[in-house]
Structures are given as C-alpha cells and as structure tokens.
Design a protein around this ligand. Structure first.
Ligand code: GLA
Ligand code: ZN
Length: 675
C-alpha cells in the first residue's frame, strides 16, 4: 500500500477528529453519528504532544490508546499523527531555543503552533523521539492505515541555529566561497565573503527592507528559501525515519496546502508515500484555483492519486469573514477533488472544538451534537453516495495531453526581484493559463520542470523566470516531434543562481521561440495596451515586452504607444511543432484566445467546451475504464447530451449516447463510458 489508495475499498471518508478535547461519554455519540454518515477514516492525534509527553521523561499513551481503540472497535480506520505540530509548554520553557526567531529578529516565546525552529537540535531530537514512540506503540495495529507527520509545515525562522544550518547547507551546495560568491554576485555592493561565518540569514536586520520580498541580494534570499524548505523537510524525514524503525511499510504523509509559496513541494514529494493536501478556498469563486491546486498535488507523485486531507464541511474560522458553503457546494467540491485524482475525502473537523480559536470552525458535528442539521445531512448524503460508488474510481489516472509547468524557484525568483514589476505575480499568471485550459475542458497535468514531457502534445510554461538544467532542450524536443510549447513574458531570464543569462532574452528559450526581447515596459494597473489577435483587440496590462522576431511569425501586435504595431504574441515553427511566445500581460480573454489556437491545432477539447461553469475531467481506471466527471459550478441547472453511452455511477442508471444528462445547480454526474 504505497499510494495510499487501497485498504478502504472505496474513497476514504472522514477527517480530523480530536476527542481528547471532550469527555469519553461523548465519544460513543460521535461514533454513532459517524456510522450514520458512513465515516470510515479518522485522523487523530495531530495536537497531542502535551498529552502524550506531559513531562520530559514521561510518555503516557492512555488517551491515544483509548482513541485508537474506540475507533478500531467501531470499524474505523485511523490516520495516526505523530503529534509534533504544536509544542508542549514545558519544552519551550526547558529549551527556549525551540522557539523561532522572526524576520525582524525577535526570538519568540511560548505560544501558538507550527512554529518550532526547524534547525533546533532539541526539537529535532524530541520530535523524532515522540514519532518513534508513537510508531512503536501502534505499529502493526490493523486500524492504522497511514501516518500523518507534523501538520501544515511552513513559515520560516531566522535564529542563530538556522544561521548555522544555512551555512552548512551552503557548504554542501557550493563547496567553496568562490563558487558561492559567483552564484550570489557578491562583487555588487562589496559583499565578497571571505569567511562562511560572515554569512547571515537574509532578514529585516540584514539584506531586506519593506519585508520578505525586497532584498538587496535575491541570490541569498532564494537560497534561504530553498534552505528553509529543506530544513523543514529534514524535520519530516527525521520523524519518518523514526516511524520506519518499527513500521516498515504503512504509508507516511503530511498535509500540504496546494499553492503554498514557502515550501517547495516538488523537493518534498519523493519523501512522502502519497501526497495529501488541505483545501480551504477563500471564497465561492475558487473552482479553477482549486482545480489547479488538485492537479498540482496529483503531479507531485507522478499522477498517483492523492488524498484530500482536510476541507471544511461548512465554514472556516480564521478569516475576517467566514462565508458558509452554500447547500450542495461541499458535495460539489468533494467530487471535484475526486475528479482530479483524490482517493480520500476528509474534513477538518469531525466534531467542533468547544474553545480556543477554532470553536467556530465548521464541523460535521456541531456543539449540540445533533444530526438533524443541514450540514450533517449533506455530509451523510455524500457518505452514502461514496459508499454506493465503491471502488470505481480508486487508483484511476488522469489521461492528460497537456502539461503545465509549475516551479517554486521561478515563483520565488520572480516575486523577490526588483524589477521589472512588483505587480506581475506568479500565481495569477499561471492561473490565467490554467483557466483557459479548464474552460476548454481539457485535462492538465501540473508538473515540476524536471518531469518527463515526452507524453504531452502541449506544454505550457507561464512566467518560467528561472531556466534550470536541460529544460530548454527538453522543451525543444516537445516541439520537434510536433508538440506546442507556450511561454510568456519574464521567462528564460535567469539561471539557477538567479543571474541573468549573458545572451538575448528569453535566454536558452530563444531558439525555440524564434524571438529576441529587446526592451520591456512595466506599467501600473490602470494602463492598458490593447493587443490585436485575429479580428479583435484584447486588453493587456502590467508588462509589455518589445519583441524582435528571429524567425517567428507574428500572431498579435500592440495597438498603442511608441511600440504600436510591434509583436506581442508570436509563433515559431520548430521541427514539426511550435514555440509560442506571449510577450504581453494579456488579460484572461487574450490568454484564452491564444490557448484556444494552441488546443485547436491538436484537436484538444473537452466534450462540452461551450457550456460555461460546467467542468469536465476524465480518469482512467486501472482496468482501462474511462470515467467522465461533469461538475456544474453554475447557478442554474444545465443539460448536455451524453457523448457516449455508459453508466451513471451515482444513480446506477444506464445512459445512451445522445441522451440528455441533467445537472442541477451544483450537480455532479460520474459517467463510466462504454469502452
Ligand atoms: C488547517 C489545520 C487544522 C485547522 C484547519 C482550520 O488546515 O491543519 O489544524 O487549523 O486549518 O481551517
Ligand atoms: Zn531557527
């Protein structure tokens, strides 16, 4: 069981359950309600360090034993946390160096969670020891189906222990100060380092002003981001290794957060046995963003199914305003996760906390313990549906012909750069290109730049600011064999060290794109330069590169300013395929126009590209059946003709080709198409 998909025989259903917070007589009531809602999996122990190790030399498993035993007795499967995500107070008192030092240089005192210094030897020793003891206690327990290490790793620390860790990470990376000085371009502003000990973490006290994105030396800041991500990965690996001492094969994971900037999940992914993530969209309008995040999480383990580890059944609590998920949305978004590759649908939280900061966070069971609530009814309804579905989707893969490259280094390098523009941001740009693909109904694999690209017709690499390794060559290979490669402004600008290429922009992508960028103009949000594409003008904002074709054909031109009439979008014939260069900050309609041209060339379209708000995705099961998911995100019912015959897996009904499929508002159809 390495991909975490089997074992339950169906999509796992349940979530975070913290019964240590209430008396045991409530536990029976909880489990009765779980039965009613077809809950089969609970994640327990995430914040139990202080209970399990109440003092340095005391380990007390009575609470965790009882929780796991009660869940097992009810036939439930358990995702067991190592419990290291929040420190016990005694630990911080005895070892203040486990507390983080913030960007302003303030050593924090005891409080909150997710805030241990990742470089603290004490934290590393004691967190691994707790994981070791929990694993030893529960290894071999048939109820335990996965290990959940830590919780939502993130943030950063700037303490002296981290400074020392940074220096040793740098020694591993560069070996000599000469190489480090070259990488960081330290001759600039007289920074030439002659002693490793002189290197400081880049913070408000050193290289930064106006916060974490404004740095005198992006190379230093970039390496600190990489180091911090690796330091926390080392924490995860400490605990995983400790688990493996007594449990050789139960899968180990930790819960990611989708597009989360501080942690390079691509560097973490090989160390997880399956990927999982927590989906907390900021609003009701995040359907495309959630789809992208699901695809990114699926891409972490080469397309293997992932788990939706947390979502709220109703509301969050941490935002200034916390809108309620409208009736049907929880179900729709749960199916969206499955449509994009989830083999588990789990909630935070199964029963509401009585006190502290999350007492108003939505829960399957509220404070009153009732089952006759809308939320409980919807949760139970989905539970029944998932049970009826059974194993039909388990292990299924997404048959994508389109890859979108996502790269944390490019994200960091772009957003910590002084110039050309602070307004050009990574996520919204990537999202605009993804949105065009989503609307066309094509399946997309969101992949690291190191991925094998040989199986894709189209590779989209928006704002690929940093170009690493042999990627340019591999993109050329995509075009050579007839594929299309799309990239944009501010791509191919810097090498792995964040130093500019000593050649025309877009650097090593120049041959494939058949252009050279001569100048660039970055403007405020209010400034629009329209771009003529086909018969129409499309607005572009923020960034306008001035392009001189070197063989590429001009597809679109600027309409205004001194560069009116010059190329804004180009297409270069390369081998049997094309390199597309989008030099202008096109808004969504222009991005969609370009992507439609690209998809047309390859005949790539979902079954209903013209029905707005209707999302379609496909999955192919291990036995070769093709599943088509139809998700109606719109405010009104839609009806579309079935493209093929098949079986509606949620109703069991037979569907004939051409027969109308009716989707209510927020409705879902899962069609197993005839082969
Ligand atoms: C995160 C955490 C949980 C909880 C929820 C609340 O996902 O992992 O412990 O705080 O947020 O939304
Ligand atoms: Zn630290």
């Amino acid at each position: 069981m390495t991909d975490g998909s089997d074992g339950a025989g169906k999509v796992r259903y349940g979530g975070d359950y913290n019964p240590e917070q209430w008396p045991e007589d409530v536990w029976d009531a909880d489990h009765r309600l779980f039965d009613a809602a077809r809950i089969d999996t609970v994640t327990v122990g995430v914040f139990t360090w202080a209970l399990t190790q109440p003092a340095p030399d005391v380990y007390d498993f009575s609470t965790l034993d009882a929780i796991v035993a009660r869940a097992a007795a009810a036939g439930r499967q358990v995702v067991l946390a190592t419990g290291t995500a929040a420190l016990p107070p005694w630990l911080a008192r005895a070892h203040p160096q486990v507390n983080r030092t913030d960007f302003e240089g303030r050593r924090h005192r005891y409080g909150q969670r997710h805030n241990a210094c990742p470089s603290s030897p004490v934290f590393r020793r004691l967190s691994a020891e707790l994981a070791r003891r929990v694993a030893r206690r529960f290894a071999g327990n048939p109820a335990v189906v996965a290990w959940h290490v830590g919780n939502e790793y993130g943030g950063a620390c700037y303490c002296d222990q981290c400074a020392a860790g940074f220096r040793s990470w740098l020694r591993d990376r560069y070996a000599t100060l000469d190489r480090l000085n070259a990488a960081w371009y330290t001759t600039f502003w007289s920074h030439r380092f002659t002693d490793w000990a002189d290197i400081e973490p880049p913070s408000a006290l050193t290289e930064h002003w106006r916060g974490p994105d404004h740095t005198a030396f992006p190379g230093i800041t970039l390496d600190y981001l990489r180091f911090m991500s690796d330091a926390m990965l080392a924490n995860f690996r400490d605990e995983k290794a400790a688990i493996r001492e007594s449990d050789p094969d139960t899968p180990v994971t930790t819960n990611f957060m989708g597009m989360y900037r501080p942690i390079d999940y691509h560097r973490w992914a090989p160390h997880l046995d399956f990927a999982s993530w927590d989906n907390y969209p900021p609003d009701d309008d995040s359907r495309v963003r959630m789809a992208l995040a699901h695809d990114l999480m699926r891409g972490l383990k080469d397309g293997q199914p992932f788990w939706l580890m947390e979502q709220t059944p109703s509301t969050t609590a941490c935002r200034d305003t916390n809108p309620l998920k409208r009736p049907g949305l929880m179900r729709l978004w749960s199916w969206q996760a499955v449509a994009h590759g989830a083999d588990a649908v789990l909630f935070f939280q199964m029963r509401a906390a009585r006190g502290a900061s999350e007492k108003y966070h939505g829960a399957v069971i509220g404070h009153s313990g009732r089952s006759d609530t809308r939320v409980f009814r919807e949760v139970a309804g989905l539970g029944a549906e998932l049970e009826r579905l059974g194993p039909a989707t388990l292990g299924a893969r997404t048959p994508a012909r389109v890859a979108l490259l996502f790269d944390w280094d490019s994200w960091w390098a772009l957003e910590i750069s002084d110039g050309p523009s602070r307004l050009v941001r990574y996520q919204p740009t990537v999202l605009a290109y993804y949105r065009a693909l989503w609307a066309a109904g094509v399946d997309v694999d969101v992949l690291p730049v190191t991925a094998d690209l040989s199986r894709y017709d189209v590779v989209v690499a928006p704002v690929l600011h940093m170009l690493k390794g042999d990627l340019a060559r591999r993109l050329e290979a995509v075009a050579e064999r007839g594929g299309s490669v799309v990239t944009t402004f501010l791509s191919g600008r810097v090498d792995e060290d964040d130093n500019a290429f000593l050649m025309d922009v877009p650097g090593p992508l120049g041959a494939l794109m058949g252009v050279r960028v001569d100048e660039w103009d970055a403007r405020g949000r209010e400034f629009v330069n329209p771009v003529r594409l086909g018969p129409r003008d499309f607005p572009a904002r923020l960034i306008f590169e001035l392009v001189i074709p070197q063989g590429a054909e001009v597809v679109g031109t600027y309409r205004a300013d001194f560069y009116a009439g010059t190329p804004a979008v180009t297409r270069n014939a390369f081998g049997a395929g094309h390199g597309w260069y989008v030099a202008a900050g096109l808004e969504q309609p222009g991005v969609s126009w370009v992507m439609d041209q690209v998809l047309d060339r390859h005949g790539l379209r979902g079954p209903y590209p013209d029905v707005p708000d209707l999302e379609t995705t496909a999955r192919v099961t291990p036995d070769g059946s093709r599943l088509l998911f139809l998700l109606n995100h719109g405010p009104a019912p839609v009806e579309v003709p079935a493209r093929t015959g098949g079986v509606d897996l949620l109703t069991g009904a037979r569907v004939e080709a051409g027969q109308p499929l009716t989707l209510d508002t927020h409705g879902v159809v899962v069609l197993r198409e005839d082969q």
